[in-house]
Design a protein around this ligand. Sequence first.
Ligand SMILES: Nc1ncnc2c1ncn2[C@@H]1O[C@H](COP(=O)(O)OP(=O)(O)O)[C@@H](O)[C@H]1O
Ligand SMILES: [Mg+2]
Length: 372
Amino acid sequence: MPEIILENITKMFTKTAAVDHLNLLIHSGDFITLLGPSGCGKTTTLRMIAGLETPTEGKITIGDRIVFSSEDGINIPPNKRDIGFLFQNYALWPHMTVYQNIAFGLENLKWSKADIASRIAELLALLKIEQYSRRYPSELSGGQQQRVAIARTLAPNPKVLFLDEPLSNLDAKLRLEMRTELKRLHLSTKATFVYVTHDQLEAMTLSTKVCLMKNGIMQQYAPPLEVYSQPANLFSADFVGNPAMNFIDAKAASSPKGAVKLESEAFSGVFKPKKPFKLDCSDVVVGIRPEFIGIHDECQQGLDATIYSNMPSGMETTVKLKVGKAILTSVIFRGVDYPVDMKVGINFLGDDILLFDRKSGIKLVYGSLVTE
Ligand SMILES: Nc1ncnc2c1ncn2[C@@H]1O[C@H](COP(=O)(O)OP(=O)(O)O)[C@@H](O)[C@H]1O
Ligand SMILES: [Mg+2]
């Protein structure tokens, strides 16, 4: 199965770069998500790999073949890129039934009638649309049509699958179910998936690696849990995770034994980096995930805080806290009902508290934080 390599891929639309010098190595069997806000260049990237959009500059290699090179004037058309199927166009043929829509591509590939029938039965069951096989697209809901489109894409067992926001029209419950199915499908097909989404949770839960983009520029390319706990910069940190990470502006000064003294409107404290690092800026941002703020019911313990709002959802509770002049968000894994204005004590747990350079936004280091 092919490896996909993008080298310095740029796409200019008029004067602005939709994708800006993108370098990406997709290993065979990976489940890559291109993640980022609307307009950041995800679809354009996917279309360039597929050959539907011509890069302004750069080189794309699929397997051992260069499929695009601006320097050498190579541009292999989409149908010759050996990239299986494409999932760009959800439009089903309106004059064909569900069955015929899925069968169409397989007939073109000269599959036998019996093989087509058994493959379609398998797919209809997988996507839970058995009862619609004789219906026409106009007789289906948007979500059902989308499932037919997914079935059609999967039908020929493609080696590389491109999926552009395939679950966006489904309701929340079905989306969750389809996520599970897609993940199982990835394992069972052993195909390479290149998946586009703006939904950070979808990217987190599905992919082996996330390529996070902003304004056409890659921000980070790493496994989801690494993006979560080791975000490369403030944008990554803020984009991934819900509720979002707490960001607190602070003044930093070196203190003995490699520690950092921090002063902010929420707390004063000492930060102990996990790895040695050299502090060369005084304006930093402290990043704290909500689950790393522990709450004690007695305010004698830790830093003084006041309950600002409390949102129990059953399994977990999102608590907003007034700490000094700042409002911080904590998530606790159980249902609690703190009354508003109750005085509590908080502390910062673990050693995955992050320090960012405020000016560049780049992550400096992570470690533990003890308040004074
Ligand atoms: N055919 C086009 N002509 C001009 N601008 C385009 C075209 N396609 C995309 N763009 C622009 O390129 C940028 C990236 O678009 P796109 O790749 O579709 O983003 P995403 O899929 O991340 O939402 C956007 O600013 C968009 O407006
Ligand atoms: Mg898009």
